[in-house]
Write a new protein. Structure first.
Lengths: 341, 244
């Protein structure tokens, strides 16, 4: 199933782990790209990409500027057509059934893109009316309440701060209660507290049954929020998987363990001989352990330590998605330079 | 507004456009000052008319006055039409707007209807005011030619067709041009020569008869239809957002 859904991903080295793919189910995907590619003249913006996002999943597209993230989002939003391949949202083809797609998606562009001369209510009522939402006033009140702008419907958008405009933009995207949300840099330019609020709102939308595909440069946010991420560069899919899988693949699964007391030699030997442990650096009251698969081997390591009489204060996986991302960027940069040489 | 027999998304777009116009200084100025000027000029022309010193006589004086009224549905929509697509793109709202469940036809129809409402409204208002002014305050040799029923007939038939013509020309350029001013200038280049037949009637080179008006209206409606097709063809979503 995984290989079928992610043709490109099938060439990646990591073995599929069912625990890491809770969203890959036999049910129809909410979003599907089938060898979807896009050229602008002679420039290739997106190499043929195979991707499937399951209903209720939060999927993150990561990558540097010009990597094809926005092109992917625009294809799904029916703004541009794929040059090759096809794409669908909730089973509707983005080209042949563009109107059906537009009815089921909510789009939040990177910039708030609101009518600044109009009030918040006017902006939202336009969207609700265009989607033929019944009881528009209730829908607007519900959307504004959700984004924390209840009671401010009469304010002019042009007078709002960037953070509030982003909230209005999200309210506009959800006012017709779409099943699929396409978010382009939802927390772009927001201060940490506003970004955290945006993250919370996205999480609540997913809890309510929405499927989210988002572009982001905020890797910590992607790690917390996304069930799976795809990393693109120069229009090519480099990696796809859960944030944990990507960390494991790219950083080698390093686990840092802090102990209450320095380990004795017997414990050290016991740990080093555990299956899946590739190497251990002992550091005073702790250890830095390289395992083959952090998801599979960390519980075994903890059991081995406890069984050997150690008292564990903390266990953390070394490295985060940001480190994994930077590692991948460095590797591909090197590969490009070598190819050029 | 709810009385419109049009699809909800189009109705929503029309309503949004009208709300935006009310808050857009340039559009408000165009839609208010121009009609006032087009009303004052003919009224002054008639009020100050002196048959002894007039070169062209009463018919030319009346024709000159009517030219202002025929010009208003052409000039008033120019700014709004040029703003229609490029304006959305410049303020960054085109991209989300195009993700709404609107076909290209509905998108352009919403824009055209929203421009025609204030244009025809303003044009008919100033013409009605002008006729009331003539009925109540104008006496002498110009009164009868102004009240000749062929003029109101010509205006009622031609003004909406001319407004649609001007709007569609502006929309076609707005869908393709990169800048609002470029769209306005290009529209002007097309619109002014198109006023030549009207000019021939108001100067009495061609008589202002019902047949003349019917021929003109038929020709302009055909042109409107062709322009609608052209505007639809000129509007390309990808091209429209490419400059975002």
């Amino acid at each position: 199933m995984v290989g079928g859904w992610h043709g490109k991903a099938a060439r990646l080295p990591a073995a599929p782990d069912r625990a890491d793919y809770p969203y890959v189910t036999p049910s129809a995907p909410a979003i599907e790209l089938r060898s979807t590619g896009r050229n602008f003249g002679t420039r290739v913006a997106l190499q043929p990409l195979d991707l499937a996002v399951a209903p209720g999943e939060v999927f993150g597209l990561l990558g540097p500027n010009g990597s094809g993230k926005t092109t992917t989002l625009r294809i799904l939003a029916t703004l541009i057509r794929p040059t090759i391949g096809s794409a669908s949202v909730l089973g509707h083809d983005v080209v042949a059934e563009a109107m059906e797609v537009r009815r089921v998606i909510g789009v939040m562009p990177e910039k708030p893109s609101l009518y600044e001369r109009l009030t918040i209510r006017d902006n939202l009522s336009f969207w609700a009316d265009a989607h033929a939402v019944p009881r528009v006033d209730d829908a607007i009140a519900r959307a504004l309440e959700f984004v924390g702008l209840g009671g401010r419907a009469g304010e002019r958008v042009g007078e709002l701060s960037k953070g509030w405009r982003q909230r209005v933009s999200l309210a506009r995207a959800i006012v017709h209660q779409p099943k699929v949300l396409l978010l382009d840099e939802p927390s772009s330019g927001l201060d940490p507290s506003a970004a955290t609020a945006m993250e919370r709102m996205i999480r609540e939308l997913v809890a309510g049954g929405s499927t989210v595909l988002m572009n982001t440069h905020r890797l910590a946010e992607a790690e917390r929020l996304c069930d799976r991420v795809a990393i693109l560069r120069h229009g090519t899919l480099l990696e796809l998987g859960t944030p944990r899988q990507l960390r494991n693949r790219l950083l080698g699964g390093v686990v840092r363990v802090e102990l209450a007391a320095p380990p004795d030699t017997r414990l050290q030997h016991a740990v080093e001989s555990l299956p899946g442990v590739a190497g251990v650096d002992w550091t005073g009251n702790g250890l830095l352990c390289r395992v083959e698969d952090a998801g599979r081997d960390t519980p075994r390591l903890v059991s081995g330590l406890v069984g050997g009489g150690a008292q564990i204060l903390s266990v953390v996986q070394a490295g985060d998605l940001e480190e994994a991302y930077l590692e991948l960027m460095a590797r591909t940069e090197t590969a490009v330079l070598e190819a050029a040489a | 507004m709810t009385a419109f027999p049009i699809a909800p998304p189009v109705r929503a777009l029309v309503r949004k456009e009208l709300r935006e116009y009310r808050h857009h200084r340039m559009i408000v100025l165009t839609a208010t000052i121009l009609p006032i000027v087009f009303l004052i000029l003919p009224m002054a022309n008639l009020a100050l008319f002196d048959p002894d010193r007039s070169v062209g006589g009463t018919n030319l004086a009346v024709g000159q006055a009517m030219f202002c009224f025929f010009l208003s549905p052409v000039i008033i929509p120019a700014t709004m039409a040029a703003f229609a697509v490029i304006g959305e793109r410049d303020q960054g709202t085109l991209e989300p707007l195009l993700t709404l469940p609107l076909t290209d036809r509905q998108f352009l129809a919403g824009k055209v209807i929203a421009i025609l409402i204030p244009t025809i409204g303003a044009s008919f208002t100033i013409y009605t005011a002008y006729m009331l002014f003539v009925l109540l305050a104008v006496h002498g040799p110009v009164r009868e030619p102004v009240l000749d029923w062929t003029w109101p007939m010509g205006f009622v038939l031609l003004a909406p067709a001319l407004a649609a013509f001007s709007t569609l020309v502006g929309m076609a350029f707005s869908a393709r041009a990169k800048d609002i001013r470029v769209a306005e200038h290009l529209s002007g280049l097309v619109l002014l020569p198109a006023m030549l037949p009207v000019m021939l009637v108001v100067t009495r080179t061609i008589p202002a008869t019902p047949v003349t008006w019917l021929v003109f209206v038929t020709a302009i409606v055909v042109l409107d239809f062709l322009l609608w097709r052209m505007a639809l063809r000129a509007f390309d979503r990808e091209r429209a957002i490419s400059a975002v």
